[in-house]
Design a protein around this ligand. Structure first.
Ligand code: NDP
Length: 451
C-alpha cells in the first residue's frame, strides 16, 4: 500500500481496534477490506464524507443471549447464543449460524462483516448477518442437539423473520440442525415461512443448496483458470475440511476431471495418492453425515491412503488448493510451501482461511487467488434462490438451480476482474471483490441517509 493511504488506514484501524477490543478476527477482516478500499475511497470522497466504511464496521444490531438446555444425563448445560445483524442496506440480514466451541463475538462479527460484501457480490437483494453459539454438536446425541436447537430458537425467533433476518447453516449447522431450528420457529410463530434456508427438500428447501458452496467454489476456480488458458481437468487438488463445503468441492472436481487427493478435520488429514473417486466420496458422505465419524476412518477402509495426525494438507504437492475448513488455516509457511510446489490456484471455500501473510505470498507470486467472499458466495446465492422459491411457492429443477448458480459464479468472477485488474494485467481478486461488494452497499447507504 502506498504511503499516501497509510495514515487514514492506521487512524481508521486504531478506532476499530479500540472500540472492539480482543476481537482479533474482526480486526483482521476489517483491515483486509480497508486496505484494498482506502485508495478507492480517497478517489471517491462521497463515501469518505458519509463515513460509509466506519458505519459498515459497526453492526446495526448485536443480540447475545443465554441458551440453557438439558443433556441426556439430566444436567443443565449453558451456552451462549448470538446473532449479528450487520447491514440491511440492500436487503434483509442473511447469513449462517455456526455451532462450534471457538465461536465468540469477534469470530461472528468477522463473518458478518464478510457476509455483507459477499451477499452484495451475488447481485441478489440480501443484507448481511451471522450468528451461532459456542455449543459443540460433536459427540452429542440427536436428542441433545434437538433440545439445544429448540432452546436457541426460543430466543432467536423474536429477532428473525422472512423479511427481517434469514439465517442458514455454517460450521456445525447442517440439515439436522436446520430441521430442529425450523420446527421450533414454526411452533412458536404458528407460521410456515422461508425464515431459514438449507431446509429439507420436502419442506421448503431448494435442490442444489447442499452442493452450492462447494460447486460454486470449483466453478470460481474454473473461471480463474480460464484466464490463464487452462481448467480443472487433470489437475491435482488439495482440499481441507470434510464437511459440507469440502464434500461438494470434491464431487465437482471429480465431475470436471480433476483429482482430489486430500481431506481433513481438526485432528489431521488423509492423503489418497489414487484420488478420491465417486465410490470413495459416497463412503465419506456416509461417514461424516450419517455416522458422524472422523476422517481418519477413511484409511481403515482405503489402505492405500495415509493419515497424518495433527497436520494440515498444504505440504502435499498440488496444482489447486481449496481450503474448506475454517479461518486462518493457511499461514505464511503453508502458503510458501504451496507456491514452492507450483500450486497455480487457490479458491477459498472457507471464510478467511488464509492469514494476511499467506495472502501476501499468493499475491506476490501472482498466482490465482480467489478470496472466500467471492469464491464461496455460491452458498448464500443459492440460499437467495431458496428464498425466491419459497416466496413464489414453487420449486425449480436441479438443472435450473445449478445453471443459475453457475451463472452467478461466472458473473462474480467477471465483476472481480473488472475491479481487480492491475496495470500489469494481474487480477487481484481480493481487491476486486472488496471494491465491487462495497460499491453496491455504499450507494444504498448513501441513498438511505444516516440510518
Ligand atoms: P461443516 O461443519 O460441515 O464442516 C467443517 C469442517 O471443517 C469439518 O471437517 C471440521 O472438522 C473442519 N473444521 C472446523 N473447525 C476447524 C478448526 N478449528 N480446525 C480444523 N478444522 C476445522 O462446515 P462447512 O463445510 O459448512 O463450513 C466450512 C467452511 O466453509 C467454514 O469456514 C464456513 O464458514 C464456510 N462456508 C460455508 C458455507 C455453507 O454453505 N455451509 C457457505 C460459505 C462458507 P471437525 O469435524 O474436526 O470440526
Amino acid at each position: 500500500m502506498s504511503e499516501l493511504f497509510e495514515q487514514p488506514l492506521n487512524e481508521f484501524m486504531t478506532k476499530v481496534i479500540s472500540k472492539n477490543p480482543g476481537e482479533d478476527e474482526f480486526h483482521q477482516a476489517v483491515k483486509e477490506v480497508a486496505e484494498s478500499l482506502m485508495p478507492f475511497i480517497e478517489e471517491n470522497p462521497k463515501y469518505k464524507y458519509a463515513k460509509i466504511l466506519e458505519r459498515m464496521a459497526e453492526p446495526e444490531r448485536v443480540i447475545i443471549f443465554r441458551v440453557p438446555w438439558i443433556d441426556d444425563k439430566g444436567n443443565i448445560q449453558i451456552n451462549r447464543g448470538y446473532r449479528i445483524e450487520m447491514n440491511s442496506a440492500i436487503g434483509p440480514y442473511k447469513g449462517g449460524l455456526r455451532f462450534h466451541p471457538t465461536v465468540n463475538l469477534g469470530v461472528l462479527k468477522f463473518l458478518a462483516f464478510e457476509q455483507v460484501l459477499k451477499n452484495s457480490l451475488t447481485t441478489l437483494p440480501m443484507g448481511g448477518g451471522k450468528g451461532g453459539s459456542d455449543f459443540d454438536p460433536k459427540g452429542k446425541s440427536d436428542n441433545e442437539v434437538m433440545r439445544f436447537c429448540q432452546s436457541f430458537m426460543t430466543e432467536l425467533y423474536r429477532h428473525i423473520g422472512p423479511n427481517t433476518d434469514i439465517p442458514a447453516g455454517d460450521i456445525g449447522v447442517g440439515g439436522r440442525e436446520i430441521g430442529f431450528l425450523f420446527g421450533q420457529y414454526k411452533r412458536l410463530k404458528n407460521e410456515f415461512t422461508g425464515v431459514l434456508t438449507g431446509k429439507g427438500l420436502g419442506w421448503g428447501g431448494s435442490l442444489i443448496r447442499p452442493e452450492a458452496t462447494g460447486y460454486g467454489c470449483v466453478y470460481f476456480a474454473e473461471e480463474m483458470l480460464k484466464t490463464i488458458g487452462t481448467d480443472c481437468k487433470g489437475k491435482t487438488c488439495v482440499i481441507s475440511g470434510s464437511g459440507n463445503v469440502a464434500q461438494y468441492v470434491v464431487e465437482k472436481i471429480i465431475q470436471l476431471g480433476g483429482k482430489a487427493v486430500t481431506l481433513s478435520d481438526s485432528n489431521g488429514f488423509i492423503y489418497d495418492p489414487d484420488g478420491i473417486d465417486v465410490e470413495k466420496l459416497a463412503f465419506i458422505l456416509d461417514l461424516k453425515n450419517v455416522k458422524r465419524g472422523r476422517i481418519k476412518e477413511y484409511t481403515d477402509k482405503y489402505k492405500n491412503a495415509e493419515y497424518h495426525p495433527g497436520e494440515t494438507p498444504w505440504g502435499v504437492k498440488c496444482d489447486i488448493a481449496l481450503p474448506c475448513a475454517t479461518q486462518n488455516e493457511i499461514n505464511k509457511t503453508d502458503a510458501q510451501m504451496l507456491v514452492r510446489n507450483k500450486c497455480i490456484c487457490v479458491s477459498e471455500g472457507a471464510n478467511m482461511p488464509s492469514t494476511p501473510e499467506a495472502i501476501e505470498v499468493f499475491l506476490d507470486a501472482k498466482i490465482l487467488y480467489g478470496p472466500g467472499k467471492a469464491a464461496n458466495a455460491g452458498g448464500v446465492a443459492t440460499s437467495g434462490l431458496e428464498m425466491s422459491q419459497n416466496s413464489m411457492r414453487l420449486n425449480w429443477s436441479r438443472q435450473e438451480v445449478d445453471e443459475k448458480l453457475h451463472q452467478i459464479m461466472v458473473n462474480i468472477h467477471e465483476t472481480c476482474v473488472k475491479y481487480g485488474r492491475e496495470s500489469d494485467g494481474y487480477v487481484n481478486y481480493m481487491k476486486g471483490a472488496n471494491i465491487a461488494g462495497f460499491i453496491k452497499v455504499a450507494d444504498a447507504m448513501l441513498a438511505q441517509g444516516a440510518v
